[in-house]
Design a protein around this ligand. Structure first.
Ligand code: NDP
Length: 241
C-alpha cells in the first residue's frame, strides 16, 4: 500500500487532504502540533472507511520531534507522497513586524518544511511526489502578512529548486497556492468581511478545503506525471499572476 505523509493533516486544509488521499488509496501518516483531538477524529474517520491512518505529534520547529517522526515504521517502509501543508498566519501589519515574529513564522512555514523533507528524504520511494502548500500571498505579498508572504515565497522557490534537482530521479515537486479557503484562518472574519471576500473572488465564493485537496490529489497522481516545479493557483480567479 502507498503511504502519504501529511503535515498539519489533522484539521483545516490538511484534514481534507488526508481524507482525500485516503480515498485515493493511500494509508495516511498525518502530523499535528497542538490539536490532537481533531487529528484523532480524522484518523478514526479514515480507519472507519477501511484505510489505515495514524496521527503523530510533531512540532515542525523542533528538530528532535522531526527526527523522531522520521523513525516511524511507516516512514522507513517508504513515503510515496509527502504533503508539506502545515503553516501559521498571524495577522500583523507589515510596519509593526518584529524580528522575533519574523523568525517564528519562517521557522514554521519555511524551515519546518525543509526539516521534514530533510529528515524523510532518504525514505522517499522512486517516483515519489511532493506537494507544498504555499499561498497566493507568496507572490503578491500582503500589508498584514509580510512575514507570512515572505515565508511562502521562500517555500515556493525552494520547492521549485528541489523539483529541478529531483527530476532526473523521477521524483516530482509542485506547489499549490490557495486563495481564500474556509478554515480557522478566516474564522475571525465578520459577516461583512466574509461577504466582501466572496465579492472579490471572480468565482464568487470562498474556497473549500476540498478544493485544495482535489488539486493535491491530482498533483500526486499519475495524471500529472509530466508536471513538476509548478505553482498551481487554486483561488477562484482571485489572483492571476
Ligand atoms: P489552519 O490554521 O486551519 O491549520 C494550520 C495547520 O498547521 C494545523 O494543522 C496546525 O497543527 C499546523 N501547524 C501550525 N504550526 C505548526 C507547527 N509548528 N508544527 C506542526 N504543525 C503546525 O490553516 P489552513 O488549514 O487554512 O492552512 C493549511 C495551509 O494552507 C497552511 O500552510 C496555510 O498557510 C495555507 N493557506 C491557507 C489559506 C486559507 O485561506 N485558509 C490560504 C493560503 C494558504 P495544529 O492545529 O495541530 O497545531
Amino acid at each position: 500500500m502507498r503511504t502519504a505523509l501529511v503535515t498539519g493533516g489533522g484539521r483545516g486544509i490538511g484534514a481534507a487532504i488526508s481524507q482525500r488521499l485516503a480515498k485515493d488509496g493511500y494509508r495516511i501518516l498525518l502530523t499535528y502540533c497542538n490539536s490532537s483531538k481533531p487529528a484523532e477524529m480524522v484518523v478514526d474517520e479514515i480507519r472507519d472507511s477501511g484505510i489505515d491512518a495514524v496521527a503523530v505529534n510533531c512540532d515542525v520547529t523542533d528538530a528532535r520531534e522531526v527526527a523522531l517522526l522520521a523513525t516511524h515504521p511507516w516512514v522507513a517502509e517508504g513515503i510515496d507522497a509527502l504533503i508539506l501543508n502545515h503553516g501559521r498566519y498571524d495577522r500583523i501589519d507589515a510596519k509593526e513586524l518584529d524580528v522575533e515574529h519574523l523568525r517564528r513564522t519562517m521557522a514554521t512555514n519555511f524551515e519546518g518544511a525543509f526539516l521534514i523533507w530533510d529528515s524523510v528524504k532518504s525514505h522517499l520511494t522512486n517516483n515519489a511526489r511532493i506537494c507544498v502548500i504555499g499561498s497566493q500571498l507568496g507572490t503578491r505579498g500582503s500589508p498584514h502578512g509580510a512575514d507570512y508572504s515572505a515565508s511562502k515565497a521562500a517555500l515556493a522557490i525552494w520547492a521549485s529548486s528541489l523539483a529541478q534537482s529531483l527530476a532526473p530521479e523521477g521524483k516530482r515537486v509542485n506547489i499549490v497556492a490557495p486563495g481564500f479557503v474556509d478554515t480557522d484562518i478566516l474564522a475571525g472574519d465578520s459577516k461583512e468581511k466574509r461577504a466582501s471576500r466572496e465579492e472579490e473572488v471572480p468565482l464568487k465564493r470562498i474556497g473549500t478545503p476540498e478544493d485544495i485537496a482535489g488539486t493535491v490529489s491530482f498533483l500526486v497522481s499519475e495524471d500529472s506525471n509530466y508536471i513538476t516545479g509548478t505553482v498551481v493557483n487554486v483561488n477562484g480567479g482571485l489572483y492571476l499572476p
